[in-house]
Write a protein that binds this ligand. Sequence first.
Ligand code: SF4
Ligand code: SF4
Ligand code: SF4
Length: 251
Amino acid sequence: MTPQILTLIGALYALSLTFIIGYLIWKGKMEKRTYILILGITAISGFILLGPFVPTKLLDLLSGTQQGQIALVMVSVLGLLLLSALVWGRSFCAYACPIGAFQELAYRVPVHKARLGKSHALAVRYLVTVAIIAAAILLGRNLLQELGLVYIFHLDFGLYSLSFLAIILASMIVYRPFCRLLCPFGALSALLARHSMFQMQKNESCVDCGRCEKACPTGEIGSDGSECYLCMRCLETCRKDGMEFRKRRAP
Ligand code: SF4
Ligand code: SF4
Ligand code: SF4
């Protein structure tokens, strides 16, 4: 199979999963074994489909290295994935991106965890995003590609793959460090997700016990939802059915 066909299959997988996941969580049909299985399939799909296509393809398009019909398809796919954030929030990042899936699974390794303050993380990510996008547009360079992130998905275990290993090791301690500090697609997606139609929100059954606040790795409870990765921890930790993925209402 050519890389173009694999990219198209990856796009189809990402688009369909993004919408299916949002629907399943909305309908309360997302069980733990289901989402762990999906995360595992998405992580493995990175090797079969030759890489985490969204963050790097975005930069390929901006730097002009991806052209022709495949570029048109990629623009449409990336546009649809970004627009999906207006409906389901970060459902693509939550379950359909191989880098995200690896980080999510790594954070489940039971070792000591450290919290990353939301405001600091956002400040770093927007600075990095501006730098990465400027390098792509002005210098024609894809810095994420140069970081070597995709090589390991090509089963190329050279020195470059150390950056991937570093991200996975860091993800065991800090929740999704690459997504929250370095990813330009994540930054754009978060801008739209803060206006999403659906969001994790407390409902009338909530007794303000604070368990979900402690369980949320990004401090998104009661916030705008832009950094909610639909990880299900708040839903699973609540004993009163006080948390729900539902249509956004005014705070
Ligand atoms: S923020 Fe970037 S790396 Fe993280 S899941 Fe989203 S697209 Fe993937
Ligand atoms: S865990 Fe449930 S009851 Fe407690 S604050 Fe969160 S939503 Fe409310
Ligand atoms: S715990 Fe936080 S990140 Fe996870 S689903 Fe709940 S609000 Fe979103």
